[in-house]
Ligand binder design. Structure first.
Ligand code: CP3
Length: 355
């Protein structure tokens, strides 16, 4: 029987139902919640900075051994319950043909912005098995290296958020070109989101086939839409992604920053919803119901304060979230200036000496 399973299948069978992340994501009640932190691999870790002195960011993302190494760094140090593949939501911009550069201090730059219907048409319809094979190889390496109880999370940017970077040519602020296209050329905008949704479905499926135990969709800029706009332009692609991937049987998280007003986000079809620090667990349960798991939601700035403040807020969040279907996380990515000791305090508060 085991002969017909691929290596990632076997690895996944070992983790299924054993790790705390997967159990909580499936709605189980746990006395100590699983914990991982968004952007847990990154600049607050000296061992990550040491790798970055030698290699630029895109090289780290696209070299399987380096991506694997930096993904494992926070797991070795903190034994988080989940590892998130080290990559970036903008890596697919490269095979799409829009390009990607990270100029230090300026954030991401897309050298060939996508602002016309013709430019949308000419985005490449690539096969992730070929053109993102390096990322998939990192996933397979990681599943082999990680402890069996540590879940491996694969991810992709949500189509709307990736579209904002492609259209603006970098950081989408103040969303001028994005909104010009959304309001002025709806056909091109819809085609762009559809093409990105197709890519997302293929890419996330490939990540799970390569060994990811769960997937997360990051929709950082969804909060820039009104609820009506979200329902019209964003919800259909999100629903299509989560419906088409549901046969994989893995937890699927949707994280939208600054989304308090997006009442219709609960219809996206995810099995886990990530909360930023603005929404309380009571508000989230009222919106998302009791069938899904919730992930969050310590304000990352709390990790720049002191031990008592961190412990108090962590206790409050756990009391609000309750023991069922809760994955402890931050409300957004950990800040590069976070002292390592404060992460240790957070974990000690959550685990109380227990794993
Ligand atoms: O540890 C992890 O969470 C996994 C890796 C990961 C990164 N980016 C690594 C990264 C993940 C899941 C992301 C997602 C991502 N990337 C998002 C969505 C989540 C969010 O934070 O809102 C977005 C919007 C991006 C785009 C992006 N990548 C920006 C805007 C920047 C520059 C800003 C910054 O923080 O420097 C990046 C660069 C980036 N992605 C870094 C890391 C560790 C810093 C690169 C470096 O080492 O210099």
């Amino acid at each position: 029987m085991s002969d017909v399973l691929t290596a990632p299948d076997r690895a996944r069978n070992l983790t299924v139902d054993s790790g705390k992340y997967l159990r909580a994501a499936r709605g189980e009640t746990l006395s100590v919640p699983p914990v991982w932190l968004m952007r847990q691999a990154g600049r607050y870790l000296p061992e990550y900075r040491a790798v970055r002195v030698q290699h630029d960011f895109i090289t780290v993302c696209r070299t399987p051994e380096l991506a694997c190494e930096v993904t494992l760094q926070p797991i070795r140090r903190f034994q988080f319950d989940a590892a998130i593949l080290f990559s970036d939501i903008l890596i697919p911009a490269i095979p799409l043909g829009a390009g990607l550069q990270f100029d230090s201090g300026h954030g991401p730059v897309i050298p060939h912005p996508v602002r016309t219907g013709e430019q949308v048409q000419s985005l490449r319809d690539f096969d992730p098995q070929d053109e993102l094979a390096d990322v998939l190889e990192a996933v397979t390496l990681l599943r082999r290296e990680l402890p069996s109880e540590t879940a491996l999370i694969g991810f992709c940017g949500a189509p709307y958020t990736v579209a904002t970077y492609l259209i603006e040519g970098g950081k989408p602020d103040p969303f001028k070109f994005t909104k010009q296209m959304m309001y002025g050329d709806r056909a091109a905008f819809t085609l762009l989101l559809d093409k990105l949704a197709n890519m997302t479905i293929r890419y996330l499926r490939a990540q799970v086939q390569a060994g990811a135990d769960a997937i997360q969709l990051f929709d950082t800029w969804a909060g820039n839409l009104t609820d009506d706009e979200f329902r019209t332009v964003n919800l259909p692609v999100l629903r299509r992604i989560f419906t088409e991937l549901s046969d994989l049987g893995v937890p699927m998280t949707y994280f939208a920053l600054n989304s308090m007003h997006l009442v219709s986000a609960c219809e996206a079809g995810a099995s886990v919803y990530g909360l930023d620090w603005r929404m309380t667990f009571d508000q989230a349960r009222a919106r998302f119901g009791t069938e899904v798991a919730l992930q969050g939601n310590l304000d990352p700035i709390l990790l720049l304060t002191d031990e008592t403040t961190i412990r108090n807020r962590t206790r409050e969040i756990r009391a609000q979230a309750g023991p069922r279907g809760h994955i402890f996380n931050l409300g957004h990515g950990i800040l590069p200036s976070t002292p390592i000791h404060n992460v240790e305090v957070l974990l000690d508060e959550i685990r109380g000496g227990r794993q």
